[in-house]
Write a protein that binds this ligand. Structure first.
Ligand code: DGL
Length: 362
């Protein structure tokens, strides 16, 4: 080093040593990139409004627009870059197959976009379990899709919708939620869209899965305890892109003194399958079997589920001769879930053995 620079040598050496640190100090770690989450609003109580804060059960569902929903939880912006779309604004007891297809196709479009990392669907709780199951059967994506509702309107004391929505966005923006099928966040729990159903119509702890939740979401963080084993999303043989319409499938309720009136009416209305919401083991009253055999001869499938309220477990030929009558069993799916799977399955097969395979696998 020439003499002119000699006096600066120690400082130069120190600078060279410190530069990398300095570089680190001046180039502060960029803030972690927030996920892009789209909220698709469909209506329900989470968009409901009551006359006073004391009205936790008396209110009108499907009133509040998605922009107002997002504005009611400003903390969402700490979790993700969030934007909303009002896909529909209805109470979910009124959702039709056409609404399901419309929602499913919009979800597929968004899931295919590299600009979207996760999707939240706000939904009425009455048929939330049906929509969540439908989407898990037909959406071919690993990205988190989270369906969320509330048991109380946002105008009520201790409304549950805001935290449910916060939790749903937290899960939808969490990479650990990828590949777990469509999820439902209610009451701090993360439920499988396949397993969960509404078990009571008045409490915030309304959604239960017979096999338990997949995890919990607490203060914006997901905690997982188990994984779904039934086929879903990427591992499903069904794809919304290939479904233009859903066939008619009806549900007939089993009870003492029942006769064949409802079954015959559903057959005349064009049902391609009738779900037996049976007593106990998915049982069928002996007096209606002859009509069911006639319906089967006309190509209508009979699928046995149970209306017991903690979830059925219907096995073939247990109390009912399914092989003899060429019936299908819904296994652990409740009647409303069995209807969804039957409708999706019938878009690809009319064969009863194939239907039974599908009911074992999904
Ligand atoms: N009408 C019911 C529905 O939209 C209200 C129940 C709710 O959303 O919690 O499903």
């Amino acid at each position: 080093m020439n003499n002119l620079l000699q006096p600066f040598a120690p400082a130069a050496l120190a600078l060279l040593l410190l530069l990398p640190l300095g570089a680190q100090a001046t180039e502060a770690e960029p803030a972690a990139k927030l996920a892009n989450v789209v909220i698709l609003a469909t209506g329900g109580t989470i968009a409901g409004a009551g006359a006073s804060a004391a009205n936790s059960a008396t209110y009108t569902a499907a009133k509040v627009p998605v922009e107002q929903l997002l504005a009611s939880v400003p903390q969402l912006s700490n979790l993700a870059n969030v934007r909303g779309e009002q896909v529909m604004q209805i109470a979910s007891e009124s959702i039709s197959n056409d609404n399901l297809l419309q929602l499913g196709k919009r979800v597929a479009e968004l899931a295919a976009s590299p600009e979207v990392d996760g999707i939240v669907i706000t939904h009425g709780t009455d048929t939330l379990e049906e929509t969540a199951f439908f989407l898990t059967l037909v959406e071919h994506t690993e990205k988190p899709i989270v369906v969320v509702g509330s048991m109380r309107p946002g105008t009520a004391m201790s409304a549950d919708g805001m935290l449910n929505l916060y939790n749903a966005v937290a899960v939808a923006s969490d990479p650990s939620a990828r590949g777990k099928g469509v999820l439902v966040t209610m009451n701090d729990e993360i439920q499988s869209g396949r397993d969960v159903s509404k078990s009571v119509n008045i409490k915030t702890e309304a959604f239960k899965s017979p096999w338990g939740p997949l995890g919990m979401v607490v203060e914006g963080k997901s905690y997982w305890f188990r994984l779904p084993v039934k086929r879903h999303t990427m591992n499903s043989e069904f794809d919304i892109k290939n479904i233009r319409s859903l066939p008619r499938v009806d549900i007939a309720y089993g009870y003492g003194n029942v006769d064949d009136t409802a079954y015959k009416a559903f057959g005349q209305a064009g049902a391609k399958a009738i779900i037996q919401a049976g007593t106990g083991n998915g049982s069928v009253a002996a007096r209606v079997v002859p009509s069911l055999q006639e319906l089967r001869k006309d190509g209508v499938h009979i699928i046995r589920s149970s209306h017991v309220n903690q979830g059925g477990f219907v096995l073939r030929n247990a109390e009912q001769p399914d092989d003899k009558y060429d019936w299908v069993v819904a296994h652990d799916l409740n009647p409303q879930k069995a209807r969804i799977l039957a409708e999706v399955a019938l878009t690809s097969t009319q064969d009863s053995k194939e239907l039974q395979r599908i009911f074992w696998e999904y």
